[in-house]
Design a protein around this ligand. Structure first.
Ligand SMILES: Nc1ncnc2c1ncn2[C@@H]1O[C@H](COP(=O)(O)OP(=O)(O)OP(=O)(O)O)[C@@H](O)[C@H]1O
Ligand SMILES: [Mg+2]
Length: 254
């Protein structure tokens, strides 16, 4: 089942008339099915963040269409767009974006409280996610007293509480050491395998990308190539590194 599709999206910054423009995305077609686990990679400036912003409705494409769960994002604005984003999408950021004045549990349940869910349902959901991601013992702690990896697991739980169709993550391992990155990627594997939620992440990290089922490489705003994992993660990691070397840019230097 197709959950997200883009139809020739272009994003142009600046004015075409006076030559001071950048084509950040150029006719990008992307089809994402329910349960997909996809990494977007590409050199700096290739359009990854722009793509994520357009997919999440933060930014409007200059032309082309984004359809999520059968709804055309172009047709939505204001409150409708905000509501759609809250119901359909979960966001995970590089710097966790947790509220320091709230406990881990309060951070996780915030989107449910905004949806006016009942206390019982909220508690059940928190228990389910906390045990899935191994953060049961830190629910009463504050974000600044826990590790980066624990903060990111909290953020992943928060992104999932309202059962979104898709999780969009921007460099989710960017601020984590290698051990915490591994744990977070294993969490995303659970999101896909056990909660059947689609995950799309943007990353520079080949190790993180190797957990995904597919990697899409952008170059100069267009889809350059994509590879699908067929066997062991280690073999996929080698394949990703080879593709990056072909792609060039600063990411080809390790
Ligand atoms: N607000 C903006 N105004 C003008 N140009 C922009 C804007 N945002 C991005 N760009 C340009 O669009 C292109 C794509 O940028 P984008 O941020 O999507 O790249 P990226 O792949 O996320 O790069 P990085 O890996 O460095 O984060 C770049 O040439 C960038 O300079
Ligand atoms: Mg970026």
């Amino acid at each position: 089942m197709v959950i997200l599709a883009t139809n020739k999206i272009r994003k142009i910054y600046g004015e075409l008339e006076n030559d001071s423009y950048t084509i950040a995305l150029d006719k990008v077609d992307l089809t994402i099915n329910k349960g997909d686990f996809i990494a977007i990679m590409g050199p700096s400036g290739s359009g990854k963040s722009t793509l994520l912003n357009v997919l999440s409705g933060i930014d409007k494409p200059t032309s082309g269409e984004v359809t999520i769960a059968g709804e055309k994002l172009n047709d939505l604005s204001g409150d409708d767009l905000a509501l759609f984003r809250r119901k359909q999408l979960g966001f995970v950021f590089q710097d966790f974006n947790l509220l320091d004045s709230l406990t881990v549990k309060e951070n996780i349940i915030l989107p449910m409280v905004l949806e006016k869910k009942s206390g019982n349902i909220i508690n059940e959901r928190v228990e389910e996610l906390a045990s899935l991601f191994g953060i049961e013992t830190i629910l009463q702690k504050y974000p600044y007293t826990i590790s980066g990896g624990q903060q990111q697991r909290t953020a992943v739980s928060r992104a999932l509480v309202n059962e979104p169709n898709i999780i969009l993550a921007d460099e989710p391992t960017g601020n984590l050491d290698s051990k915490s990155s591994e744990i977070i990627m294993e969490c995303f594997e659970k999101v896909v395998n056990e909660l059947s939620t689609t995950v799309l992440l943007v990353t520079h990290d080949v190790f993180a990308a190797s957990y995904c089922h597919k990697v899409v490489f952008l170059k100069d705003g267009s889809v350059h190539s994509s590879i699908t994992r067929s066997g062991r993660r280690k073999a996929f990691l080698e394949q990703i590194i080879d593709c990056q070397a072909v792609l060039g840019g600063r990411n080809s230097v390790f």
